[in-house]
Design a protein around this ligand. Structure first.
Ligand SMILES: [Zn+2]
Length: 125
């Protein structure tokens, strides 16, 4: 069994290991991140202006609820449901019965959802 209290062994890479690490860190990983950004940009999906996620889920709420929940600087942009819920929790706004038009726009299918029940959560952290 490994001794978790022991100091970590010092890493003494060979020249090849050091070059491989540097190549991965400075060239390969940034290139892959750039590839993902270009591919997602080409898909044309809307991204949440708060967290940057393009989850494909869309929803609508009345303007009064939107303005009560979403901070002013994000009100003109796309906000994902997760971030919207986070803001609603921060501001203690019950939006549980205000959500409509909930749908998913994927690559293979678009789906519309009906909300079967909604509960406002009050006393959960
Ligand atoms: Zn978000």
């Amino acid at each position: 069994m490994e001794d978790l209290q022991a100091p970590a062994p010092e890493w003494k890479p060979s020249l090849w290991e050091w070059l491989h690490y540097r190549l991965m860190y400075w060239v390969v990983l940034p290139f892959r991140a750039w590839q993902v950004r270009i591919r997602q940009w080409g898909e044309g999906r809307q991204r949440c202006k708060v967290c940057g996620v393009a989850d494909g889920f869309n929803f609508t709420v009345p303007d009064s609820v939107w303005e009560a929940v979403v901070p002013l600087k994000f009100q003109c942009g796309v906000v994902c449901l997760h971030c919207f819920d986070h803001f609603a929790k921060q501001r203690e706004v019950d939006y549980s019965t205000s959500l409509s038009g909930f749908c998913f726009a994927g690559d293979k299918a678009s789906l519309g959802f009906e909300i079967s029940h909604a509960v406002n959560i009050k006393d959960r952290d």
